[in-house]
Structure formats: C-alpha cells, structure tokens
Design a protein around this ligand. Sequence first.
Ligand code: HEM
Length: 113
Amino acid sequence: MTPARRDTLLWLAQRWSAAVLALCLLVHLAGIIYAVRGGLTAAEILGRTRGNAPFGIFYGLFVVAISIHAPLGLRAILTEWTGWRGRSQGLAMAALAVLLLGLGLRAVWAVVQ
Ligand code: HEM
C-alpha cells in the first residue's frame, strides 16, 4: 500500500469514528439526563448497569470508537508539530490504541458484570 493510500484510509477511519462518537455522545447525554432522575449513588448506578447487555454493547462501541479516533488524531498532530512519523510513530500510536481499548473495555466490564 502506498503511504498516500494508507493516510487516506486512516483519515477515513478518523472521520467515521468521529461520526460514531458524535452519535454516542448524544445517547450518552440522554443517558445522563435519565440517570440523574434515577439517582447517582454507586448502588443506584450499578443497579442500572449490572447485567445490562445493551448498556455494555453501547459503551463498548464508544470505547472502540475513541480507541480508533484519539490515536489517529494525536498521530496527525504529532506529525504536524514534531515531524515524528514512520514506523516508530505508528507503533507508538498502535500501543496507545491498545491501551485505551484495554482500559476502556475493562471499565465497561467492571460496571456491567
Ligand atoms: C464525542 C467525542 C468526539 C467527537 C464527536 C470528535 C469529533 C472529531 C471530528 C469531527 C474531527 C475532525 C475530523 C476530520 O477532520 O476528519 C476530530 C479531530 C480530532 N479529534 Fe476528535 N472527537 C471526539 C473526541 C476526541 C477525543 C476524546 C480526542 C483525544 C483524546 C480527540 C482527538 C482529536 C484530534 C487530535 C483531532 C485532530 C486531528 C487532525 O488535526 O487531523 N477527539 N474529532
């Protein structure tokens, strides 16, 4: 794959992940309004989230989208500001993506299980 083609695909991934994030944000805000009425103590929150598969799938998707979006955005900014590019940069951004994915999915699992 040529570098130009790879950059185009990564840019598309960032755009699509941004669109998913915008939708997730709307659902998340609606969820916050609902949650405020239902109570915000740890017990009340866990009472709503435990065993709630749709909740887990939704926030899992949110985590996947941000794990794609944030490292790609950071990659563009690092390239622009520092000139860092190439394989080492790609590996560092992939590591960041895996870290965000791991921490995020672990957090979702902690409130859903
Ligand atoms: C609801 C959450 C978010 C939405 C809706 C969103 C949306 C967007 C959009 C529409 C763009 C422009 C994409 C393009 O020009 O193709 C963008 C760029 C960017 N986003 Fe996000 N974003 C969100 C969260 C985040 C988070 C949490 C981070 C980092 C921790 C982040 C980092 C970036 C960066 C660094 C860019 C600039 C990339 C560049 O200059 O090429 N975004 N975002």
